[in-house]
Design a protein around this ligand. Structure first.
Ligand code: GDP
Ligand code: IMO
Ligand code: MG
Length: 412
């Protein structure tokens, strides 16, 4: 039985434009869990884990996989590229991480990415800078009710009827054969686990501002990335989600196009980009970098019902002289204090900042809140005040052990 801390389950979601460090935080918390269940997205995601001397980037398989004896569930809310999933299984096995139906379940209701989805994404995705993995077109077919579900992929009669004359038929028959043992009724399995008091982590991909409904549309992905997506993406009741952990970076980043009010240009931006190694885990694209935006933070707390925050990458700020937090936007001469997804307004907002003194002590080896430099504590306190939620975890490096737990009662 996993160790007892606060809640019996927790949703871990991104509070910004993705890449907040969800993979790292979920792997850290997975020690306390029995099940890790991902609820949205596809291989547009890249979740990095550095532990046990390995660095692993996961695209589809949940971030509990580096821990022994955990059940990892790929929910119905995902779109799955079967080739990518099988390659990921092979990659993990090469890294001596054994994958079997004992530790991996794929929802029979997840939708399948097919070659034409990828082709189409390559053609039309450029306008918003998608990852070109076929994500948008696959969700489009799902909504249009012409998509292919995992149970249909592995049912030879159904698949033959729909795709028997396609060039890719034989290739996909082989994928289906290899994936068959994993495909199951994920919703029933997860509800059974919850009913039997198992500890569950619900893993989000992307982040609040990439959410199809609540993000910076049209510069978003095509799935529900917010905490509400847990219920639709896994088939569980909202009454069952006990707590929400929002993962956010000490500064902000964004890959792809779209407005970014606190974006930093010049040498400080470059320094953060370099120290933070801000390159996309999926496409390798350079991430745009910006100061902490409290309007985004408050917005993410609101739409997700964030109970506490895991703040990552605090170490990247070490040796930066002055730090800034955006506390309002200036729009047409007025100050706005609440974030907006109205692009016409957001594109024309200028940030209003508060300034903070930085610190020079290396914090990468700090393991308690008390041992952090005073200026780092001041910065964290101000974020807690502005967002009106506690910071439960502070991450001071990419490795599993570079993690400070400040408040256990908000976790599992
Ligand atoms: P995710 O998509 O939210 O899981 O995040 P990614 O894995 O795409 O990007 C986060 C990057 O930051 C990865 O390279 C992590 O290894 C790294 N990372 C996570 N937490 C920290 C931290 O506290 N400090 C530093 N320096 N790197 C971190
Ligand atoms: P994780 O889970 C960062 C971005 C893309 C693009 C937009 C739409 O690692 O945080 P899509 O291919 O989804 O249609 O692209 O969304 N995007 C991400 N950015 N992290 C991600 O996932 C992302 N998944 C999609 O860059 O701007
Ligand atoms: Mg990522």
């Amino acid at each position: 039985m996993a160790k007892q801390f606060g809640h019996s389950n927790i949703a871990v979601i991104g509070m910004e434009w993705g890449d907040e460090g969800k993979g790292k935080i979920i792997d850290f918390l997975a020690e306390r869990a029995d099940v890790v269940a991902r609820f949205n997205g596809g291989n547009n995601a890249g979740h990095t884990i550095e532990a046990e001397g390995k660095k692993i980037v996961l695209h589809l398989i949940p971030s509990g996989v580096m821990r022994k004896n955990k059940l990892n569930i790929v929910g119905n809310g995902l779109v799955i590229d079967p080739k990518v999933l099988l390659d990921e299984i092979k990659f993990l096995e090469k890294n001596r991480i054994k994958i079997s139906p004992e530790n991996l379940v794929i929802s029979e209701n997840a939708h399948i990415i097919l070659p034409h989805h990828i082709e189409e994404d390559k053609k039309i995705g450029g306008k918003i800078g998608t990852t070109a993995r076929g994500i948008g077109p696959a969700y489009t077919d799902k909504a249009a009710r012409i998509g292919l579900k995992a149970y249909e992929l592995i049912d030879d009669a159904i698949f033959k009827k729909r795709f028997g004359s396609e060039e890719f038929y034989n290739e996909y028959r082989q994928y289906a054969e290899n994936l068959k043992p994993y495909v199951n009724d994920a919703s029933a399995i997860i509800n059974y686990a919850i009913h039997n008091s198992k500890k569950v982590i619900f893993e989000g991909a992307q982040g609040t501002l990439l959410d199809i409904d609540h993000g910076t549309y049209p510069f978003v992905t095509s799935s529900s990335c917010i905490a509400g997506g847990v219920c639709t993406g896994l088939g569980i009741s909202p009454k069952k989600v006990q707590s929400v952990l929002g993962v956010c970076k000490a500064y902000k980043t964004r890959v792809g196009l779209g407005p970014f009010p606190t974006e930093i240009s010049g040498s400080t931006g470059e320094k953060i980009q370099k120290t933070g190694k801000e390159f996309g885990a999926t496409t390798g694209r350079q991430r745009r970098v910006g100061w902490f935006d409290a309007l985004i933070g408050k917005y993410a707390v609101m739409v997700n019902g964030v109970d506490s925050v895991a703040l990552t990458k605090l170490d990247v700020f070490t040796t930066i002289d002055k730090l800034k937090i955006c506390v309002a936007y200036k729009y047409k001469g007025n100050a706005i204090k609440n974030f907006t997804t109205n692009m016409r307004i957001l594109q024309n907002c200028q940030p209003i900042y508060e300034e903070f003194d930085g610190w020079w002590d290396d914090i990468a080896k700090v393991r308690t809140y008390d041992a952090l430099p005073n200026n780092a504590k001041k910065y964290l306190k101000r974020i807690e005040e502005l967002l009106k939620v506690p910071i439960s975890i502070i991450s001071v490096g990419p490795k599993r052990e570079q993690t400070i737990v400040a408040r256990n009662e908000f976790l599992i």
